[in-house]
Ligand binder design. Structure first.
Ligand code: AHG
Ligand code: MN
Ligand code: MN
Length: 338
């Protein structure tokens, strides 16, 4: 049997990172391992989605008035449960829950991190076997250690993230996470049930061919956005094109493709959602952090996404993210200086 010694599991990788930082306590590594464990459990259910009676609506609405599918709830419960029983998280916020959950026990109160989740992103794609995902972000608490976490620990601007990542349940299952030191991708080796380092040190290409936007909303976008989309369609070989439009409707999958291949993702404001559809805390900030660490740019159309001071847990925003040069061109259109 040939053993590929270059293969590193998620656990080995996070432990290796610890070795480079002798002062680190290992809390973040343990948190990432917990997230990996919850993700594996969700992965098992996602894979069974076509088989078992877990499909369909759970018959309730989430706190934002959207229909909740059963797998959303399952995923939410897995992440909350694993982190509650872990030793590295003082509380969580979730797209599926009205309020933050503060774990408030001796061990959790001593933990220095809190986590935010979109437990299942792209849930309208579940019943049609299209990639879906989980998005997470980790903040260092601002409240006093030893006491229960507070809402202020969660309502921090994205620039304060310590780590952020996503799991994509796709043709293979991957976990991609970023710390300030870099972005790394791990593919789930189903035969041993371990996330294995497959995409070390991911960099987002400075330019790409993909633009991802919901064209069905075209006439609802503001004029400068429409002009930029028109420009994407006009690109030729001479000026970096032609571009290809790709829009999965699972943000995780769209961001993942553009992160690896180069591209731009846009969810602008629309008439009936003037503040945008995507959530600052659960979707945009973590994706913005990953894209930026990988060398790309992310904005709300007016300012750097990560510098937006959140005022509410479930706040929404327009969102634009991707390859540096493509984002710079978009920004010139948004400012009207193109
Ligand atoms: P969620 O399933 O968590 O509610 O998120 C769905 C989001 C996002 O993943 C995707 O990019 C976007 O909604 C798609 O929205 P449209 O169908 O309006 O384009
Ligand atoms: Mn989502
Ligand atoms: Mn969701």
């Amino acid at each position: 049997m040939i053993i590929n010694r270059r293969v590193q599991t998620l656990d080995e990788f996070t432990i290796q990172q610890l070795r480079d930082f002798p002062k680190a306590t290992g809390e973040l590594s343990s948190l990432l391992r917990d997230i990996g464990l919850a993700a594996k459990r969700v992965n098992v259910e996602v894979n069974k989605a076509g088989l078992v009676d877990i499909l369909g609506d759970a018959g309730s609405m989430n706190v934002q008035g959207e229909e909740v599918k059963k797998l959303d709830i399952f995923a939410n419960n897995q992440f909350v449960g694993v982190l509650r029983h872990g030793i590295s998280c003082a509380g969580i916020g979730s797209e599926e829950l009205d309020d933050v959950v503060i774990f408030d026990d001796e061990v959790s109160n001593a933990s220095k991190y809190v986590c935010l989740f979109d437990p299942l992103d792209g849930s309208s794609n579940i019943d049609v076997n299209v990639s879906i995902g989980t998005i997470f972000s980790v903040y260092r608490r601002v409240s006093e250690l030893g006491k229960p976490a507070t809402e202020a620990d969660f309502l921090q601007p994205g620039v304060k993230q310590v780590a952020a990542g996503y799991i994509i349940y796709g043709s293979s299952t991957m976990m991609v996470y970023a710390t300030r030191r870099g972005v790394n991708g791990f593919t789930l080796d189903q035969s041993i049930g371990e996330f294995t380092l497959s995409h070390p040190d991911i960099k987002c290409p400075d330019s790409g061919k993909f633009y991802s936007v919901n064209h069905g909303n075209f006439f609802q976008y503001e004029e400068n956005v429409r002009k930029y989309i028109n420009e994407c369609q006009k690109k030729t070989k001479e000026n970096g094109g032609p571009y290809t439009q790709r829009y999965i409707g699972s943000m995780v999958a769209d961001i993942h493709r553009n992160l690896i291949k180069g591209g731009i993702f846009m969810y602008p404001a629309v008439l009936d959602k003037p503040k945008g559809k995507l959530r600052v805390m659960y979707e945009c900030n973590p994706c913005a952090f990953i894209i930026e660490v990988a060398g790309g740019i992310a904005t709300n159309g007016k300012q750097r996404m990560l510098e937006v001071q959140p005022t509410g847990l479930h706040q929404r925003t327009p969102f634009f993210a991707g390859s540096k040069l493509m984002m710079e061109e978009l920004e010139s259109f948004l400012k009207g200086t193109e």
